[in-house]
Design a protein around this ligand. Sequence first.
Ligand code: ZN
Length: 445
Amino acid sequence: MPSRTSLATALFCLICFCAALGTTPALAQPPADNQMPSVIQVPAEAQASSHFDATAATNAYLAQIPPSKTARSDAYFEGGYWLILWDFLYGAVVALLLLNLRWSARMRDLAERVTRFKPVHTFVYWLQYLVLTSVLIFPLTVYEDYFREHKYGLATQTFGPWMGDQMKLLAVNLVLGGVLAMLLFGVVRRLPKTWWIWGAVVTILFLIFTSLIEPVYLVPIFNKVTRLDDPKIIDPILSMARANGIPAKDVYEIDASRQTTRMSANVSGFANTMRITLNDNLLRRGSPEEIQAVMGHEMGHYVMNHIYKIITFGLIVTVLAFAYLRWALDWTLQRWGEKWQIRGVGDTAVLPLVVLLALVFIFAITPVMKTFGRTLEYEADMYGLNTSRQPDGEAQADIHLGEYRKMSPGPIEEWIFFDHPSGRNRIYAAMRWKAENLKLFTAQQ
Ligand SMILES: [Zn+2]
């Protein structure tokens, strides 16, 4: 599901985890401008031998990437660092406009004229708020999601279908965000002293519910998901699943090429709706070794219960966020509440202020969130190598992922900005694994 900011989606990102991993074509077609080379041959330094060295093997893999492609994907990824800042500042300016021009108070008054019945009043306010803010942030949205993606050759949609997806996303946010807003304002009005505790509980339950329905009801709004049935691909995957005690009967394919050239795979949902999905870019361009390496990684997320770890982490972050919100709302409303014509925390006109404060919180904890994600991804990489035993497939996947990620960042840069280990570190981990398991590969020499 494409992601765009609104109150609801900003909160959803707490729980999103998506494991992107890439791939290689066995087809001898020259890669497009933006595409990384496919390493069909394992470079000499990465071949199993008595003098195998993990660092030399890593460097040999990285040397397969032409400097022009490194420059291009570095520029794309580093631009993303700035977008974190611009998204935050732009969102803050929009929220301050709504408050200072008293548009938020006017939307509240209008909603009150429609109905005094509180839940419906909240929904009517949300409808106005969502439409107005979507229009105001549209210039940034269209640059970030459309023009910039096309500039780097990552987008496949023309403007019409892209806009169609944006409208669908708006409808999803209208419904889901509307329900969350009605629930939270209901909690605040009924429990004026302890709302921040119960608000956190309601939010996390709502996020769990959303991730439960996502693969089955939300993803199909944007993409077609089908069951994979090619035995050449599915047999080794299911064999790997059985060997690891995973009760999977099906693996799914998503037509991500409708929107993007990116290769990726993910585990989504949980309990009965949990499933592993590979995208069609990966299936089309990936070698069997790469696909197995990717599947091993995704199975790692599943076997190591990452979804439950994410929910636990999300619960802690949400409680902290609500505690901070309670304090920050009291502080700001005391100073500017009258000027903004906000009657209190239970008044729907407070929403832009809540979003503003949430943006500050999310911006401040970005490195923590990235590091939490990166730690789980590293675990999944280790599990994937042990399971698939495809270190070269993993290295090839990491090079393909480099089409939209910087391969060799500095350590602080990686700590702040990377939600997966960097390509260089992932290839090194794969080669380190290979160095310790050379006996598995010497028979092939
Ligand atoms: Zn992952």
